[in-house]
Design a protein. Structure first.
Length: 129
């Protein structure tokens, strides 16, 4: 099954690295959407069907934490798996984001294998064809 994935990071390079890692990991991607901050990500979510979100914490305009708070407030996060990919993030902050509903946290730098493992876990993938 192909997944529509939204990459939210203010760094174009990081978004490209995550996209490449998804490809190298063999994740079946339908559409790949990108946003430079949480506000742009909310706009994408208003217009497109997204199965999974990878989001950074530290971004201008609307941080990843604010983005997760908005998804939590609207109830969207219950049906939309959000994975934080960041080098920022103290234990208390990660714990708070988990309480708000994020499914997982990946620390930068990461490997394609880590990306694959998280996608498998949060999307319930059990076999690879």
């Amino acid at each position: 099954m192909a997944f529509n994935i939204l990459l939210v990071d203010d760094s174009l390079t990081v978004r490209a690295v995550i996209a490449k890692a998804l490809q190298l990991a063999g994740v079946d991607i339908g559409n790949l959407y990108e946003a430079g901050n949480g506000a742009e990500a909310l706009e994408v979510l208003d217009q497109e069907w997204v199965d999974l979100v990878f989001a950074d914490i530290s971004m201008p305009v609307m941080t990843g934490e604010e983005f997760v708070e908005r998804l939590h407030e609207s109830g969207t996060i219950e049906d939309l798996p959000v994975v934080i990919v960041s080098s920022a993030g103290s234990e208390p902050k990660i714990q708070r984001l988990k309480e708000l509903g994020i499914r997982d946290y990946i620390h930068k730098p990461f490997t394609p294998e880590q990306i694959r493992e998280v996608v498998d876990t949060v999307m319930g993938v059990t076999s690879h064809d």
